[in-house]
Design a protein. Structure first.
Length: 262
C-alpha cells in the first residue's frame, strides 16, 4: 500500500503536503493515549484550502499522520531548532508538551526505523522523483511546502503567531526573487500579518531540497490556522475566513508558476 499521493502537473511548481494526513495504522493507534487519538496537531484542511487555486501543479501528499512519523523531520533524528521546544521524528508529545502514547508504548529505535522505511522514505522518494521530473522539463523546480499550525501554542512560541510565516532558512533554500515574491505578497495582504524566517524557518523538507545552485528552490509557508478554520475540536473549516485568504494564496502560487530562473 502506498501512503504517498501524487497528482502530476507540467508547471515548475510542486506543492508538498506533509502534515494533512490522518491515517494511523491499527497496530500503532493501539499505543496512542486519549490525547494522541485526538490528532490535534494535524495541518487540518490544508489540502482543501489550496485545492483548485492554480492549474497544472504537482502535489505530493502523505496520508499518514505526523504522530506515526513526521515526514518533515530529519530521518536521522536531528533537531531542526536546537535549544527550542519542538517535536521529534516520531513524536512522544503533542505541541502542548503532553504525552501522546500510553505508558510503555512509545516507539523504540527499532520501531522508529521500521516507520522510517515504511512511511518516511516513500513520501520523500515520491517528492524527490516529482522534483526531478519537473526540473527535467524546465531546468529548475520550485517546491512550496504547505503547512499550518494553531496561532497560540505557548510550548512552542510566545504570544500569537503571525498569519503568514515564510521560511527559507535565512534565504538559503531558494532564489532571492522567489523569497521576495512570496513574502512581498504576504506583507501586502490587507488585514494579515507576516514574518520572514521567524519561529519557522523551514522544516527538514525545505532545507533538504532547497538547493538553488542546482535549480531546486524550496520555500515553506506556515499559516496560522486562525486564518481559515476554528482552532479547537472539531477543527472545522471556516469558509468565510478561507475565502478571504485564498486569493492571496492564489497570487503566491501564480507568481511561482510564472517565475523563471535568472
Amino acid at each position: 500500500m502506498s501512503f504517498a499521493e501524487v497528482t502530476r502537473g507540467q508547471s515548475p511548481l510542486v506543492l508538498g503536503l506533509p502534515h494533512t494526513g490522518t491515517d494511523v495504522p491499527d497496530d500503532i493507534a493501539e499505543g496512542l493515549n486519549e490525547t494522541g487519538r485526538g490528532l490535534a496537531d494535524t495541518d487540518w484542511h490544508i489540502h482543501r484550502l489550496y485545492a483548485g487555486l492554480v492549474g497544472d501543479v504537482t502535489t505530493v501528499r502523505t496520508t499518514i499522520h505526523r504522530y506515526v512519523i513526521d515526514v518533515n523531520r530529519d530521518p536521522e533524528g536531528a533537531s531542526l531548532y536546537p535549544g527550542q521546544n519542538t517535536t521529534s521524528l516520531c513524536p512522544v508529545t503533542d505541541f502542548d508538551g503532553q504525552p501522546i502514547w500510553r505508558e510503555g508504548a512509545e516507539p523504540d529505535e527499532a520501531e522508529i526505523a521500521r516507520r522510517r522505511e515504511a512511511y518516511h522514505a516513500p513520501y520523500h522518494a515520491a517528492l524527490a522523483a516529482e522534483l526531478e521530473r519537473v526540473r527535467g522539463i524546465h531546468g529548475f523546480a520550485v517546491l512550496y511546502d504547505c503547512h499550518s499550525i494553531r496561532s497560540e501554542i505557548p510550548f512552542l512560541f510566545e504570544g500569537v503567531l503571525p498569519d503568514f510565516n515564510v521560511g527559507t532558512d535565512e534565504g538559503r533554500t531558494c532564489a532571492a526573487s522567489i523569497q521576495d515574491s512570496v513574502y512581498g505578497t504576504c506583507e501586502a495582504a490587507e488585514g494579515y500579518s507576516a514574518i520572514l524566517n521567524g519561529r519557522f524557518k523551514g522544516g527538514w523538507t525545505t532545507r533538504h531540497y532547497g538547493r538553488p545552485s542546482d535549480g531546486l528552490h524550496a520555500i515553506q509557508m506556515e499559516l496560522a490556522q486562525s486564518t481559515y478554520m476554528l482552532e479547537c475540536p472539531p477543527w472545522d473549516y471556516a469558509p468565510d475566513r478561507a475565502d478571504r485568504l485564498r486569493p492571496h494564496l492564489k497570487t503566491i502560487l501564480d507568481d511561482l508558476i510564472r517565475w523563471r530562473s535568472e
